[in-house]
Each structure stands twice: as structure tokens, then as C-alpha cells.
Design a protein around this ligand. Structure first.
Ligand SMILES: Cc1cc2nc3c(=O)[nH]c(=O)nc-3n(C[C@H](O)[C@H](O)[C@H](O)COP(=O)(O)OP(=O)(O)OC[C@H]3O[C@@H](n4cnc5c(N)ncnc54)[C@H](O)[C@@H]3O)c2cc1C
Length: 403
């Protein structure tokens, strides 16, 4: 076998690339599958830096791909964790109202949940107190018993191990820079030939897609999610507590999460950053990326689809821990937010921006032809849905291969 050739070449070793590799391996057992990852290990970006919440699937409008894939994805992710003895807590979550305008949004989320076949219930304050004594709401809250939480790092490592056992090759420190004539050119000189390429490169999916003439109307706008842990509150939270989201924006709002190990964390923010992997003020800041990202802002700010000013005004101050914790305190006065002293690993959302429409894509986006498949917007709940999403992507790819 030529080691620099693969029937299926996947760019990106995050959870989406890994899940797609598994799906391909199952469907085409005789085919060679190769993952090229630019980092030294799997899931070092979003897939290893998220909340680890296994979403139930009630947020999404019923016609969306997210709605179709999350309920099944939730079950498959839980099953994967249980079958492989990975940490998981099936504790459920409550979504609370902080102001009267939140109540109709909760009712709409409930309607969507029912339409999406998800078990959701609107509960009164007395029932909320039974479910989660630390939560507070006005009038009503939404209860989602099927929301769970697992450890994204363990899931990715297990999947990597299973893939390697099944014959999938994963090569690290392989940054794909150029692609043409069915060859992927890696920084440093290596070249890999392929039959079909799958772009699962997260924050760089628009860049990789453009190498093959896809994603021309898209650009990435990255948002950083900061987290803080409260070691002394370990074991005190029964359920995740989420605010009612602003339906105009694709983010769920800063929430309290009970992790799979019982720790309590608060976050994530959705603060705009100027580079795709800018995890600190200067850490990951790249001038060329900064200019590209800033170029999207006039159109983004003028967007009629989002309330960008209110997003920027509410999110930017959360760079200050004190401000972020002050906001979190509004979610529950019963949780002592001063205990959140330990910063967690931040994660950056790869949020695809449609430059022609001036809007952030809310759903998963896939493009492709017989030579390649482009996964362009694997945003949350991309981690929850990875197994059903991978099945969908490979179905879509197969249709194009047969055409
Ligand atoms: C703060 C935050 C919280 C979230 N919370 C949740 C949650 O609770 N539940 C949930 O379901 N989802 C959540 N998500 C979303 C979830 O993390 C993503 O949907 C998922 O991780 C996307 O996986 P991915 O494989 O597409 O991307 P990534 O994990 O980013 O993987 C892409 C990989 O491609 C590699 N790569 C990029 N360019 C190249 C190149 N040119 N050559 C080679 N390799 C390349 C990168 O190094 C990276 O490893 C959250 C995301 C964030 C940021």
C-alpha cells in the first residue's frame, strides 16, 4: 500500500473528522482511510474545549438538520460513553426565565422540543425547586430530562483508539496547506493523494473549502468561550442551569454546568476574537486572520438577522471575570459565584458567516462534489450529534459518488 495515498482523506482530527472516519470504515471496510491533523493530538480545539453537554435537541427549528440529528446523536453519544465505560452523568437540565420576555421563548422551545420528538416539560417554580434547588425562574422553566454531560477528551481519545485498531491511519503535525489535482500538500513538503477528501477542519473549514472552490460566500467569525470552575462547589449542582437564549443569536448563553465528574463550571462566553485560534490576548493572534475577520464586521454589524450591537455590548465586558460572574449571579442568587476562581480551558466557536446574506449560519452546512465533501459549519451541538452527523455526511457523500 502506498503510504501517501488514501481512498478517503480526512482533514481534521476533531470529533467530526473522527466520527466520519468511523462511519466510512464501517461502510467501506476495504477502503483506506487517513486523517491528517495539524496538531500533535486529536481534539485539541473545539472538540476538546467545549461544555461536554449532550444536548437533547429542543432548541432547533424542526426543519433544521440540527433538529433531525441531535435527538439521535444524543442517544448515540450516551451509548458510546456507556459501552466504553467513559465518564457520563445523565442528570438533565433546566432552562430558566430571567425576565417576562423569556417566557414566550421558553414556550417556543417547548413547542420545538415536542415537534422534534424530544422529551421536554414546562414546569412551575415548585417543581423546579424539586429538580434543582439552586435554580431560580419567573413563572416557569423548561425541564429536559435527556440532556446529559460527558468528558469530550475521553470520548475523542477512545474513538481515536478504536479507529487505529480498525485500521484508520491518523497522522499528526500535518497541516494541509494546498489542495489540487486530488493531492493534499502539507506544510513542510509531504504530499498525499486521495480518492475523496473530507474537509472537517473546524475553524479553518472555510479556508480548506476554498482550496477546492467551495464555500466562496462564507467566512469564519470566531467567538471565544471562557469558563471558570468552583472546586469548593463540587457535588452541589444536580442539573445544568441554562438561561433562556436570545433566538436571534446562535449561542445558548452563560450557564452553570455540572461536569461528568461532578465539578461545577460556569460559561461559556461568546466573545468575538480576532484570530481563529486566539486563546489569549496575544496567544494565537495572527495579523492576516485579524484583517480577514475584521473585514466581515461592517456587514455583520449592519445585519438585520442578528442584534450584533447587543451581542458585542453584552459579551465584550465578560473578558473581565468579575463582570462575567456578576452576570452569572443573575442566573441564580443561590450560587455563590465568588467561588468560581479557577479558569478552565477556553474554546473557540467556528461560526460560519454568510457574506452575501450578512448572517451567521445557524445550521450545519455541507457542500461537495464527487471528489470532496466540505463540512462547513459544525457548530454546537456538533459534538453531541457527531455520530448521526457523520452518518448524514457519509450518506450525502455516497449520493454524490453514485451520481
Ligand atoms: C466553547 C464551546 C462550547 C461548546 N459546547 C458544546 C456542548 O456543550 N455540546 C455540544 O454538542 N457542542 C458544543 N460545542 C460545539 C462542539 O465543540 C463542536 O460542534 C465540535 O467540536 C466541532 O468539531 P470539529 O471536529 O468540526 O472541529 P474541531 O474540534 O475544531 O476540529 C477540527 C480539527 O481540524 C484541524 N485542522 C484545521 N485546519 C487544518 C488543516 N489545514 N490541516 C490539518 N488539520 C487541520 C484542527 O487542528 C482541529 O483539530 C461547543 C463549542 C465551543 C467552542
Amino acid at each position: 500500500m502506498d503510504s501517501n495515498r488514501a481512498d478517503f482523506l480526512i482533514v481534521g482530527g476533531g470529533i467530526v473528522g473522527l466520527a466520519i472516519a468511523q462511519e466510512i470504515r464501517t461502510r467501506f471496510p476495504a477502503a483506506s482511510v487517513l486523517i491528517l491533523e495539524k496538531e500533535s493530538g486529536v481534539a485539541l480545539h473545539a472538540s476538546g474545549r467545549n461544555s461536554g453537554v449532550i444536548h437533547a435537541g429542543f432548541y432547533y427549528s424542526p426543519e433544521s438538520l440540527k433538529a433531525k440529528l441531535t435527538r439521535d446523536g444524543n442517544e448515540r453519544m450516551k451509548r458510546f460513553c456507556l459501552d466504553n465505560n467513559l465518564p457520563i452523568s445523565q442528570n438533565g437540565k433546566v432552562v430558566v426565565a430571567q425576565k417576562p420576555e423569556d417566557v414566550p421563548v421558553l414556550t417556543e422551545l417547548h413547542r420545538r422540543g415536542i415537534a422534534n420528538g424530544v422529551d421536554v416539560e414546562l414546569v412551575d417554580t415548585a417543581r423546579l425547586a424539586e429538580l434543582e434547588p439552586l435554580a431560580e425562574t419567573i413563572d416557569m422553566a423548561l425541564w429536559s430530562p435527556n440532556t446529559a454531560v460527558a468528558d469530550p477528551g475521553s470520548v475523542a481519545t477512545k474513538l481515536e483508539e478504536l479507529l487505529i485498531k480498525s485500521g484508520v491511519r491518523i497522522l499528526f503535525n500535518m497541516h494541509v496547506e494546498k489542495i489540487h489535482d486530488k493531492r493534499a500538500y502539507v506544510k513542510g513538503g509531504e504530499v498525499f493523494e486521495y480518492g475523496h477528501l473530507i474537509n472537517a477542519s473546524g475553524l479553518y473549514s472555510d479556508v480548506v473549502a476554498k482550496e477546492l472552490g467551495f464555500g466562496s460566500k462564507y467566512s469564519m467569525i470566531p467567538f471565544i468561550g471562557l469558563y471558570y470552575y468552583a472546586p469548593s462547589l463540587k457535588g452541589t449542582l444536580n442539573r445544568h442551569i441554562y438561561p433562556t437564549p436570545d433566538p436571534r443569536n446562535p449561542f445558548l448563553g452563560v450557564h452553570f454546568t455540572k461536569t461528568a465528574s461532578g465539578d461545577v463550571k460556569v460559561g461559556p462566553t461568546a466573545i468575538p476574537v480576532l484570530s481563529r485560534e486566539q486563546y489569549g490576548l496575544f496567544d494565537g493572534l495572527k495579523l492576516n486572520e485579524m484583517l480577514g475577520i475584521l473585514a466581515n464586521y461592517p456587514r455583520f454589524i449592519a445585519s438585520k438577522h442578528h442584534d450584533v450591537w447587543s451581542l458585542v455590548k453584552t459579551e465584550l465586558p465578560k473578558l473581565s471575570r468579575t463582570h462575567l460572574l456578576g452576570e452569572a449571579a443573575k442566573l441564580s442568587s443561590k450560587i455563590d459565584v465568588s467561588k468560581f476562581t479557577v479558569a478552565g480551558k477556553p474554546g473557540i466557536r467556528a461560526q460560519l458567516f454568510d457574506k452575501t446574506e450578512g448572517k451567521l449560519e445557524m445550521d450545519f452546512v455541507i457542500e461537495g462534489d464527487e471528489d470532496s465533501t466540505q463540512v462547513l459549519n459544525a457548530v454546537s451541538p456538533g459534538w453531541t450529534s457527531c455520530f448521526s452527523f457523520a452518518e448524514y455526511v457519509v450518506n450525502d457523500m455516497e449520493t454524490r459518488l453514485k451520481a
